[in-house]
Ligand binder design. Structure first.
Ligand code: FES
Length: 353
């Protein structure tokens, strides 16, 4: 009998312990989700490479150019960008502005943003020649249309970086192109000499330095353009909005943003139900869904926090989405969102998380 009592006691204790453990697991923010080493969307992360920083030089006021060397580097096409994983862990995207034929190095350039979020300052002040830098990509969300009848480019300051390889490629094949390149001063505009040389005597390049020339004449730039002209613009948000407003209906606009598109309205609070984990989080005004969700689910996947990489894509089960990214396709927008930038149109969203 004492032996039977002991067996029953051990079995009962094990059962209680098992139930307690199960309750703790179910209360965990990870239950019943799998570990989130990979994005829940299944969107693959770009391959990572470690490259040697062999050149870090100033090429215009406040603009640093970096040369990163490796071997047999993945190919890229004009318009592509790299993710740089900075020593602090910040990830920033920079357009490739070197030669796509060069498979031993990548070249990027970045402007120091005094009141930015720290990425450009780290590039300018912490990175040094001889350091190894992790990069991911290249990826291209700003590709050059192969067969437009003519091309018009509008670059604002550092926005020249994705456009420069496009100009070289178009010039090499004798395509019809024109560039309007604007900046605060000539000294602040990187690659100005090369750009003017590319334009040559043919009047293909119009340089507008604001301190000397004032505002660019966009209406004049678009006057008499042929139907189907491909217009590429990269620069500050205000410039891109002005180009979109001045664009004739028969031209095709392509935009490259260095910062997430922001909406003046619709930044108010709402709540997000995480259906699989059985929780609801409040998203205050001015806080991203990602930040609110991370407080409950620290392992949720994310990377750029700017709506560029797609790592934070989540399926949406209910609610109307206010999409604020430039990445997702129309069909992806039907039932998913990038939670680092996009918000709810109403008071509530339900995520499959
Ligand atoms: S974290 Fe990169 S798109 Fe959201």
């Amino acid at each position: 009998m004492p032996r039977l009592r002991t067996v029953l006691l051990v079995a009962g204790t094990a059962l209680v312990a098992r139930r307690a453990m199960r309750r703790r697991i179910q209360a965990s923010p990870l239950w019943p989700m799998p570990a989130l080493d990979e994005p829940i969307s299944g969107r693959p992360r770009a391959r990572a490479l470690r490259l040697l920083l062999t050149r870090h030089e100033t090429v215009a006021d406040g603009v640093a150019q970096l040369r990163l060397e490796g071997q047999a580097l993945p190919a890229w096409e004009p318009g592509a960008h790299l993710d740089l994983v900075l020593p602090s862990g910040l990830i920033r995207q920079y357009s490739l502005c070197g030669d796509p034929e060069d498979t031993s190095s990548y070249t990027v350039a970045t402007r120091l943003v005094e009141d930015g979020r720290g990425g450009s300052r780290e590039v300018h002040e912490q990175l040094q020649e001889g350091m190894e830098i992790e990069v991911r990509g290249p990826r291209n969300r700003f590709p050059l249309a192969p067969d437009a009848p003519s091309y018009v480019f509008v670059a604002g300051g550092i926005g020249i970086t994705p456009i420069l390889p496009m100009l070289r490629a178009l010039d090499a094949r004798g395509a019809d192109w024109h560039l309007l390149y604007g900046g605060r001063t000539r000294a602040s505009m990187p690659f100005l000499e090369e750009v003017e040389k590319l334009g040559g005597e043919r009047g293909r390049v119009t340089v507008v330095a604001e301190d000397a020339d004032g505002r660019p004449d966009l209406a004049g730039l678009f006057a008499d353009r042929a139907p189907g002209t491909a217009v590429y613009c990269c620069g500050p948000e205000g410039l891109m909005e002005a180009v979109a407003a001045a664009l004739p209906g028969h031209c095709e606009l392509h935009l490259e943003r260095f910062a997430p598109h922001t909406s003046a309205d619709g930044n108010g609070p709402f709540e997000v139900e995480l259906r699989r984990s059985g929780r609801t989080v409040a998203v205050p005004a001015g806080t991203s869904v990602l930040a609110a969700v991370r407080a409950e689910v620290p392992s949720v996947s994310y990377s750029c926090e700017q709506g560029f990489c797609g790592t934070c894509q989540q399926r949406v089960l209910e609610g109307e989405i206010d999409h604020r990214d430039e990445l997702l396709t129309d069909s992806e927008r039907d039932d998913s969102m990038l939670i680092c930038v996009s918000r709810a149109r109403g008071e509530r969203l339900v995520l499959d998380l």
